[in-house]
Design a protein around this ligand. Structure first.
Ligand code: ZN
Length: 410
C-alpha cells in the first residue's frame, strides 16, 4: 500500500466515525428540535419542555419521561425514591434479534433508570403521596418483573403508611422477554391493590397517559378508584388492527382515545397536563375526610419482617456514605464515621427488632450495593447480625463495617 492510499484510507475511516457520531446525537432528547406527532409542527425542544411537552400548535400532549413528570407533580425537594436499585435479570435467557440482557443494558444507559418505572414518596401541594411513574422510553414502558415488584412494594408501603396512591401509566403492556413472569405481575399488583383499596379503604388514582395498552390496562390501569387520563391519550387493551381483523369491522376514528372511553364510561375525568397537579390535590383534599379510611395492615404471611421504612432508611444512609467516600477518598473524616455510626444504629435497630436467635460467624466487609441488599434479605430471614468495628490496618486508617454470621446455637 502506498503512503497516499494509506492516508486516503485513514481519512475515510475518520469521516465514517464522525458521521456515526453525528447520527447518534439527535436521538431522544439530545436534539434541539422535534416534530409534533399530531400536527407536524416543528418545535424547539427547550421551549417545549418549558411548556410541559404540550404542542404550541395544536395542544397535543407529547410524551414525557418519568423524571419530568415527577418534577411537575411533586413539590420541589420532597421526592424520595423507593427501591431505586432493584434491577431486572434475564430468567428465560431470551434472545430475539438481540439478547434481552443487551436490550436492558442499552435502555438503562439511555434512560439512566434500572427499569421502566420510578416509585417513591413526596409531597403533592403539601399532601404526602406515594407515586409511581412509568417511563415509556425504557423498552416501551413494558412491565417486567421489576416493574411489577416495585409497584407492589409501593402499594404495600402506601398501605402500611396510609398514603394516597397515584400511578402514572405509560406502557406498551407486559414485557414479552420475561414471558409468564411478567404476566404474573398483573395478578400480584391487583392482589396488593385489593388490600389497599378494600381492606384499608385508601384512595388510589390512576393517571393514564398516551399510550396505556395491554397488561397495564388489564390490571392496575383500570383499577383506580378514580381514573384520570390525558387528552387524546391512546388507551386500550389489544391494538386497533387486531380488533379490526378479528371483528372484520371498521372501527370509529376516535376508537381507543381518552375522549371515546370517557364517553363510554370507562374514565372519570380527562385532565390537561397543566391542571393535573391541581386536579390531583383537590381530589385528594376532597377525600381527606373519608370516614372509613384507615391504615391498612398487610395480611399475615405476606408481611415482611423488616419494615419498608427501615429498609429504605438503611439504604439511603448507605448511599450517602458511598457518595461521601467516593467524593473525598483521601479524607475519610469524622463526618464519614458518624454516618457509618448512623448505619450501625439503623442496623442495630434492625437486629434489635428480632434478636431472639443468635447465628454464625464469617467476617466479610460490606462493600457494595448487592451486599447490602443481600444483608437486608438475610436479615429478614434472621440469619445475620451486624456489628460495627473500627479496623485500623497499617496502610490506611479506615472505619469498616463488618457483619457477622453467627451460627444458630439451638
Ligand atoms: Zn401539534
Amino acid at each position: 500500500m502506498s503512503m497516499l492510499a494509506w492516508i486516503e484510507d485513514q481519512r475515510k475511516i475518520k469521516l465514517l466515525n464522525t458521521l456515526k457520531k453525528t447520527k447518534t446525537l439527535p436521538e431522544g432528547s439530545q436534539g434541539l428540535w422535534t416534530r409534533c406527532e399530531n400536527c407536524g409542527v416543528i418545535l424547539y425542544v427547550k421551549h417545549l419542555k418549558e411548556n410541559q411537552s404540550i404542542c404550541f400548535g395544536c395542544g397535543y400532549h407529547l410524551q414525557m419521561n418519568s423524571q419530568e413528570r415527577i418534577t411537575h407533580l411533586i413539590d420541589a425537594g420532597t421526592w424520595r425514591p423507593l427501591d431505586e436499585i432493584v434491577s431486572p435479570c434475564d430468567p428465560l435467557q431470551f434472545c430475539d434479534q438481540k439478547k434481552y440482557i443487551d436490550r436492558l443494558k442499552d435502555a438503562q444507559e439511555k434512560t439512566g433508570l434500572q427499569d421502566a418505572i420510578q416509585t417513591g414518596t413526596g409531597m403533592l401541594d403539601g399532601i404526602p403521596v406515594a407515586l409511581g411513574v412509568m417511563d415509556f422510553n425504557f423498552m416501551g414502558g413494558s412491565m417486567g418483573s421489576v416493574v411489577g415488584e416495585k409497584i407492589t412494594r409501593l402499594i404495600e408501603y402506601a398501605t402500611q403508611e396510609g398514603l394516597t396512591l397515584i400511578l402514572v401509566c405509560a406502557s406498551g403492556g407486559a414485557r414479552m422477554q420475561e414471558g409468564i413472569l411478567s404476566l404474573m405481575q398483573m395478578a400480584k399488583i391487583s392482589a396488593a391493590l385489593q388490600v389497599y383499596q378494600s381492606e384499608a379503604n385508601l384512595l388510589y388514582i390512576s393517571v393514564l397517559t398516551s399510550p396505556t395498552t395491554g397488561g397495564i390496562t388489564a390490571s392496575f390501569g383500570m383499577l383506580g378508584d378514580l381514573i384520570f387520563a390525558e387528552p387524546k391519550a391512546l388507551i386500550g387493551f389489544a391494538g386497533r388492527r387486531v380488533i379490526e381483523q378479528t371483528l372484520q369491522e371498521q372501527l370509529p376514528d376516535d376508537f381507543q382515545t381518552a375522549e371515546y372511553l370517557l364517553h363510554h364510561g370507562l374514565l372519570d375525568l380527562i385532565v390537561p397536563r397543566f391542571f393535573l397537579k391541581q386536579a390531583l390535590s383537590e381530589t385528594i383534599n376532597f377525600y381527606k375526610e373519608a370516614p372509613f379510611k384507615r391504615k391498612g395492615v398487610i395480611p399475615y404471611g405476606i408481611q415482611r419482617k423488616v419494615s419498608f421504612i427501615t429498609e429504605e432508611k438503611v439504604r439511603r444512609k448507605w448511599y450517602n456514605v458511598e457518595r461521601n467516600s467516593s467524593k473525598n477518598e483521601t479524607a475519610t473524616n469524622k463526618d464519614d464515621s458518624s454516618s457509618y455510626l448512623e448505619i450501625l444504629k439503623s442496623f442495630q435497630n434492625l437486629v434489635d427488632s428480632f434478636d431472639e436467635k443468635k447465628l454464625t460467624k464469617t467476617n466479610e466487609e460490606m462493600q457494595n450495593k448487592e451486599e447490602i441488599n443481600e444483608t437486608i434479605a438475610n436479615m429478614s430471614n434472621r440469619e445475620i447480625e451486624w456489628r460495627y468495628s473500627s479496623l485500623t490496618s497499617n496502610n490506611n486508617q479506615k472505619n469498616t463495617f463488618i457483619f457477622e454470621k453467627i451460627l444458630c446455637n439451638y
